[in-house]
Unconditional design. Structure first.
Length: 244
């Protein structure tokens, strides 16, 4: 069961996550670098590489949460904890990854249908001039289609975000089954919309600051994101976690 916390806890998740990050900053940044390199390498493989990368991220994310749990409990933790998801609860994590992959494919297809439908309808209505340039009518139609696609992406991505916010730590730390973890995460985020709103507003500012120095700030912000997520998970679910 989850509990509802006050809106100001959205700030505390970040500050407490930062303190947790500072316990082993070098380790967490190193894990982030390896994860990004592995993700980039898999994406170099046409088609299947990108699909495998999305599933792999779920497994490596479990390794990050396992690492943070050990740090929280004052245990020794080595770099190979990043790959602990391949050794523990792998089947459940793969199911989470496959569900995520399927959901992403559905979102891409839905957006593609909207965008292509807008372009085709504009062409049918004579939106392209005889010399091949785009007419003002077609430009307006394409912009409208883009806005609709953006709104659709946000509407479809929001429940996906809510379902996966706590699903991975619930699976790897609390031994929940994948579908049950997704449902529990969705309900918990919905019940705690206020602290998540506060967290999100602060995160936007941090993301902008992290992007300014050649994106290098993300090497800190990404592990901080996991640390803050772990703090939020422990508070919202307030349950004894299985020591990884």
């Amino acid at each position: 069961m989850h509990q509802t916390v006050a809106a100001e806890r959205g700030v505390a998740w970040i500050t407490e996550g930062w303190r947790l990050f500072l316990r082993r900053p070098g380790l967490l940044v190193g894990m982030t670098v390896i994860t990004l390199l592995m993700f980039a390498a898999l994406n170099l493989v046409p088609l299947l590489g990108g699909l495998a990368a999305l599933i792999m991220i779920v497994v490596l994310a479990a390794g990050m949460y396992n690492t943070l749990a050990r740090m929280q409990h004052g245990q020794e933790v080595a770099f190979d904890a990043l790959f602990s998801g391949f050794r523990e609860r792998l089947q459940s994590l793969l199911i989470l990854g496959l569900i995520l992959l399927g959901a992403e494919i559905v979102i891409v297809i839905a957006i593609g249908i909207v965008v292509s439908g807008t372009v085709i309808s504009s062409m049918v209505m004579g939106g392209i001039l005889s010399h091949g340039e785009m007419s003002p009518a077609m430009m307006v139609s394409v912009i409208q289609g883009g806005l609709v696609a953006l709104i659709l992406m946000l509407l479809l991505s929001l429940p996906l975000f809510m379902a996966y916010t706590f699903a991975i730590p619930l699976t790897c730390l609390s031994n929940r089954e994948p579908v049950a973890a997704l449902k529990a995460s969705f309900r918990a985020v919905a019940a705690n919309w206020a602290p998540f709103l506060v967290f999100g507003l602060i995160y936007i500012v941090l993301a902008l600051l992290a992007t300014i120095p050649l994106m290098l700030g993300w090497l800190v912000l990404l592990p901080l994101t996991f640390a803050s997520g772990y703090v939020a998970y422990r508070e919202v679910f307030a349950e004894s976690t299985a020591t990884p």
